[in-house]
Design a protein around this ligand. Structure first.
Ligand code: NAD
Length: 495
């Protein structure tokens, strides 16, 4: 297990003398300590990245694809090590950590293909009428990218940024979440061994207010790619505006699922429970608002409660566990405070609402469902980021769409119905960057991921992820030769 900053393919203890603890969410015990970097560490990492960029930007997509494929193979070879570290640090069930590791290997392979496509694409011709110009567009890497990631999917969020940036020819300085930094360090070492040149990828661990701020302020950074809360995203955008850094923001959500009365109840209940409780509900696209049509509401909720109560909660390493602890004490406190606020506002707890029996240590919270919720309640309006589902009923399609869209966020939205035409119509009417029909919280890595409204700007994954690290550069040639003939230019005086 690595416990130092990773700069220029080497390990550094840092100079601040400050540290922070890594806590096992299943026990609440400290099991590692990491250096809390500041401006000096960020400067060293950005300097290494800028130096590396000179050589890296000159490589071909095919060169970069070779390394990306080697990274994918190295991840698979280190599958067990990465998954168990992720579970220990984040708390998620081991089966989910394995899924994350397998997915990131696929993502490095996908960006290998897309890096090769860049070579095939070459410079794109632009059709210009008149014949005076030949214009092409070349795609250039943006430069050095500062990447700031959250704690809910540490390896995935790292990869969603690092893989396309490498494919594009950019260099990266990553500041992982202070709650889950270990897997970023581990994978950085694996990536270096797979052949990535020194300085192309660097990792500085530390707090958002110190290392994170220093990265956003650093003049050597061309773009900030951020995933995290809407509040931090706004702050980052303000700071980045000072020297007009590009920003990509993947922020929060308050995602609705609309369930019509024609569904297969068994299948729909499972999709709703999956969306609400996978990864302990700590998913930006987590289903946190259920809109259920009147006709089946009682039957549906009864079955949803049964299914929810059968979810096995425990340490991520325990056999058969489908829900682990929340990531940290602050997150536990925040989720418990929302449960208290829901109760105080008059919502009714259908199931859950506290700590599971027999789990006295660690950050465990029961999967919780609230009914009798009204649109003004904080549990309906604000992102909780935990296993809490709030329910409202609706009478017809128009009302469902209105209630679903009545939110500041616009990340994901789901519709479950047996009527294919209605599914299509409602998906089109929902204000969200990602929509699911008759499934929920399925990540298609080839498709664009990101939100509208206060859920952010820009897209990750697929070719959209690659484009976010490229600048189009116009190259126009004057075909007739000679000057334009615009001015009445006097003849040159005889010498
Ligand atoms: P957060 O905003 O508290 O922290 C995210 C990262 O930002 C951390 O690395 C943190 O250290 C850093 N940070 C904090 N303050 C900073 C500052 N002033 N300057 C620079 N960096 C700073 O979010 P979190 O609690 O880690 O993650 C949960 C949030 O992430 C939720 O809102 C969730 O919806 C969102 N999220 C979104 C997506 C998506 O794809 N849209 C994916 C995962 C998580």
């Amino acid at each position: 297990m690595q416990s130092m900053h990773f700069i220029g393919n080497d390990w550094f203890a840092g100079t601040t003398g400050k540290t922070f603890d890594c806590v096992d969410p299943a026990t609440g015990q400290v099991f590692a300590t990491l250096p809390a970097g500041g401006a000096a560490e960020v400067d060293a990492a950005v300097t290494a990245a800028r130096q590396a960029f000179e050589g890296w930007k000159a490589t071909t997509g095919t060169d970069r694809a070779r390394i990306l494929r080697a990274i994918a193979r190295a991840i698979t070879a280190n599958r067990d090590r990465l998954a168990s570290l992720e579970t220990r640090d984040n708390g998620k069930p081991l089966a989910e950590a394995f899924l994350d590791v397998d997915t990131i290997a696929q993502i490095y392979d996908m960006y290998a293909d897309l890096a090769e496509d860049l070579d095939r694409r070459g410079e794109e011709a632009v059709a210009v009428p008149g014949g005076a110009f030949r214009t092409t567009v070349a795609y250039r890497p943006i430069g050095v990218v500062g990447m700031i990631t959250p704690w809910n999917f540490p390896l995935e969020q790292f990869t969603w940024k690092v893989a396309p940036a490498i494919a594009a020819g950019c260099c990266a300085v990553v500041k992982p979440s202070e709650f889950t930094s270990l897997s970023a360090l581990e994978i950085a070492g694996i990536i270096a061994e797979a052949g990535l040149p020194a300085g192309v990828l660097n990792v500085v661990t530390g707090l958002g207010s110190e290392a994170g701020e220093a990265l956003v302020r650093h003049p050597g950074v061309d773009k900030i790619s951020f995933t995290g809360s809407t509040a931090t995203g706004k702050r980052i955008m303000r700071t980045a505006a000072e020297d007009l850094k590009r920003v990509g923001l993947e922020l929060g959500g308050k995602n609705p699922v609309v369930v019509f009365d024609d569904v297969d109840i068994e299948a729909a209940v499972e999709w709703v429970a999956f969306g609400a409780f996978i990864n302990q509900g700590q998913v930006c696209t987590a289903t946190s608002r259920l809109l259920i049509q009147d006709g089946i509401a009682d039957r549906f909720l009864k079955r949803l409660v049964e299914v929810t109560e059968a979810i096995r909660v425990g340490a991520g390493t325990e056999e058969g566990v489908k829900m682990g602890p929340l990531v940290s004490q602050p997150q536990y406190d925040k989720v418990m405070a929302y449960i208290g606020a829901g109760r105080a506002a008059g919502a009714k707890v259908l199931t859950g609402g506290g700590r599971p029996m027999g789990r006295d240590a660690g950050f465990f919270v029961q999967p919780t469902i609230f009914a009798e919720v009204t649109p003004d309640m904080s549990i309906w309006r604000e992102e909780i980021f935990g296993p809490i589902l709030s329910v409202m009923r609706f009478a017809n399609e128009a009302e469902a769409v209105r209630l679903a869209n009545d939110t500041a966020y616009g990340l994901a939205a789901t519709v479950l119905t047996a009527d294919a035409a209605r599914a299509e119509r409602v998906a089109d009417a929902l204000d969200a960057g990602i929509t699911w029909q008759n499934c929920n919280n399925m990540v298609v890595i080839q498709a664009p991921w990101g939100g509208v409204k206060k859920s952010g700007m820009g897209r990750e994954l697929g070719r959209w992820g690659l484009e976010s690290f490229l600048e189009p550069k116009q190259k126009t040639r004057w075909l007739p030769g000679g000057g334009l003939g615009w001015y009445d230019i006097p003849a040159t005086a005889a010498e």
